[in-house]
Design a protein around this ligand. Sequence first.
Ligand code: ACO
Length: 325
Amino acid sequence: RRYARIIGTGSYLPPRRLTNNDLAAELAQRGIETSDEWIVERTGIRARHFAEPDVASSDLALQASRKAIEAAGINAQDIDLIIVATSTPDMVFPSTAAILQHKLGIANGCPAFDVQAVCSGFVYALSVADSMIQTGVAKRALVVGSEVFSRILDFNDRTTCVLFGDGAGAVVLEASETPGILATELHADGSHVGILCVPGNVSGGNVLGDPLLKMDGQAVFKLAVGVLDKAARATLEKAGLTDADIDWLIPHQANIRIMQSTARKLKLSMDKVVVTVDQHGNTSAASIPLALDHGVRSGQVKPGQTVLLEGVGGGFTWGAVLLKM
Ligand code: ACO
């Protein structure tokens, strides 16, 4: 069998870091009240990074991609597929992936496109790249999650603006006879569009509708904990593995309580979960590759280990990828 195997990871956080206290002080100037205690207790978030206004998703993606390409020990020109998962693209079009291809100096004409599945975006993008590698369409794919979520936050809404951050993570996947990605599982249920969305759009030269993020946090929470376990089990079943075979769970980093609940259902102790939500906040499509790169570079996640990635987000979308490092 031809597998898609991760041969390099990379990530990038913009330098501007705000602790909960920093953010609370900024919000206080707008008359919005929040506190470190509230944010930590409800979400586990302690800090997040925000990009400067002139920095786009493709800029964050570029930094993360360079690191992943370096870790993979290949030249950028060797990449023959680029997929970027983002909900905060540089432009309406062309895709952030096409912009990234040019910024990386890749002039080999390889396909480049974006995937839009909000916080499940990276899991979606990885699954698409896996399929394209398995079928022989691609040999070496760059898969990136990159977001400047700060651009779509409503800083007058304390129930959402404290939750998110900016950043990017990337992996290089290569065709291999050695197992890499073992199983993938993707889902969507468009009946829940309204619980997590940015309803606005560009029309006739104006923004039509609200261009900022809206979320019914409790509805999202309930749906998230219900679907993640099923997706995880489905990938394990496809690969002929069980909970006990998982070395690391790397879930979308939205809320520590959702992560704890998923770990509990999979009978995994929290020492087997890579946690970065405390330092990154929710970086949407970037959160899983950021956490994966953190796990790899900190020495937690080692070659040969079995890793379960899980994403959930707006759409409603969800999915999982089970892989061998
Ligand atoms: N600071 C202080 N108080 C606040 C804040 C804040 N930042 N935000 C809300 N509150 C208050 C509310 O006004 C409310 O006060 P009230 O009781 O006087 O009315 C109280 O805190 C409780 O608010 P709830 O919304 O009920 O708080 P809840 O316990 O549900 O926590 C949260 C909210 C953290 C958003 C939670 O619902 C959650 O994590 N949901 C999942 C969200 C998520 O994971 N989204 C991302 C997944 S998909 C994606 O990543 C795009």
